[in-house]
Design a protein around this ligand. Structure first.
Ligand code: HAM
Length: 422
């Protein structure tokens, strides 16, 4: 048997309701904030991520699905959405519209990581990006959108951590301090981090190796080395979050795994998950649009991992039942004439928004009723020759056993079902 590739998942029907609920909630919250959906290619030129995400990051160094296409171009399956959105913002001149440009997306992402619970090779992100606004109000609005999204999902045990990782001005001094600190441990750092020590010492803080992360624990923190502008910006963001009642903790250890961030960064973590506890991460990026060939414009956004949100839902088991879709009506039939009549009736009922089902497998009447029970249908009726002759049948409420007589028109049935459900 051919099985699915390692690190990928099938979303089976009973779970896809939950996906739709999460996606619909994301779209609803985006609408309230004025974010419009953008759809972009699944693959891009590799260079976009090398320049955009940063060639000292794990994502670019180790995790990209890169291949040469038949035309000899280097192509990469999107490992994330931000670089792509920046490309699209520039390429489609979205900066020419009144700013900011507020965009949202739900996309598959691909990273060649070691699969484990909450870490996949193909996963999905809901994300937003806001271009052309550099005020602390924007940071607070973006964070509050993620906060509202997660609140609307009614997930419990989610905490928000924020930090500032400064701008190129303060990063320059800070990198020198970091380099000096890590130099003391040159002999212990992993080979990748030795390379990072020269090129981008902040990446060492994000290294997953046990030794490097132990060394990094006592490294100088960016938040203690912010320039005045970054410090004022961060204070402004915190003030506005306080003002809205968005609860957060300042966590100086957040550096994020991608190179483009400047100033505000943030992560939402779940108590319900183990090692892969970050359900949503994001931050501001001031130089990326210019780096990718556009006129300078600030950006800020986040992405939430849908599989991780599903995992949190599964831990909060009792909520899952809410997402089961059950039929309003099961129409059991006796004989071919009744079965044909039922099919037409059900077709009409569905057009009226009633979820109706009939047997498709040639079951006996007894087996049909058993099947209706299995489907947890709310109502059932039995139609045979007598019912057809009299144009009347008993509508049974499957929850309380109540019986109501009804004629066999779609109008009468749908009215009775709607009345009773109310
Ligand atoms: P990221 O932190 O790399 O940020 O990913 C965002 C979220 O995607 C994570 O918090 C996690 O929930 C999910 N995720 C990441 N990798 C995996 C994986 N291998 N398996 C399952 N879920 C995963 C970004 O991608 C940035 N583009 C976010 C952003 C948008 N920053 C600014 N704008």
């Amino acid at each position: 048997m051919i099985t699915k590739p390692r690190g990928t998942e099938d979303v089976l029907p009973e779970e896809s309701k939950l996906w739709q609920y999460i996606e619909n909630t994301a779209r609803r919250v985006c609408e309230l904030y004025g974010y419009k959906e953008i759809r972009t290619p699944v693959f891009e030129h590799t260079e976009l991520f090398q320049r955009g995400v940063g060639d000292t990051t794990d994502v670019v160094q180790k995790e990209m699905y890169t291949f040469e296409d038949k035309g000899g171009r280097s192509i990469t399956l999107k490992p994330e959405g931000t670089a792509t959105l920046v490309r699209s913002y520039i390429e489609n001149s979205l900066y020419a519209n009144p700013q900011p440009t507020k965009l949202s997306y739900i996309i598959p992402c691909f990273r060649y990581e070691k699969p484990q619970s909450g870490r996949l090779r193909e996963f999905h992100q809901f994300g937003i990006e806001c271009f052309g606004a550099s005020t602390p109000t924007t940071d607070a609005e973006v964070i509050s959108l993620a906060y509202m999204f997660l609140k609307e999902l009614k997930l419990t045990g989610i905490r928000l951590n924020i930090n500032s990782i400064g701008c190129p001005v303060c990063k320059k001094d800070y990198n020198q301090k970091l380099r000096a600190y890590f130099e003391n441990y040159r002999g212990e750092l992993c080979p990748t981090c030795l390379e990072r020590l020269e090129k981008n010492p902040m990446r060492i803080i994000d290294c997953k190796s046990e030794i490097c992360s132990r060394i990094a624990k006592d490294a100088p923190k960016m938040i203690d080395n912010l320039c005045e502008d970054c410090s004022t910006h961060f204070e402004g963001v915190k003030e506005r979050l306080d003002n809205m009642g968005v609860e957060y903790t300042v966590n100086p250890d957040i550096v994020r795994g991608l190179d483009y961030y400047t100033k505000t960064v943030f992560e939402f973590v779940s108590d319900a998950l183990g090692a892969q506890s970050t359900v949503c991460g994001g931050g501001r990026y001031s130089g990326l649009v210019e780096e990718l060939g556009g006129k300078p414009a600030d950006g800020i956004g986040f992405a939430a991992g849908l599989e991780r949100l599903i995992l949190v839902f599964k831990k909060q088991q009792e909520q899952l039942n809410e997402f089961d879709s059950v039929p309003d009506l099961f129409v059991a039939t006796m004989g071919e004439t009744a079965e044909k009549f039922a099919q037409k009736l059900i077709f009409e009922l569905r057009q009226k928004g009633i979820h109706a089902q009939q047997d498709l497998c040639g079951r006996s009447l007894k087996a049909q009723m058993k099947y209706a029970d299995k489907l947890s249908s709310k109502f059932s009726i039995v139609i045979g020759d007598t019912e057809l002759e009299q144009n009347s049948a008993n509508l049974k409420n499957m929850t309380n056993g109540g019986i109501t007589e009804t004629d066999l028109s779609a109008d009468a049935l749908s009215e009775k079902i709607i009345q009773e459900v109310k």
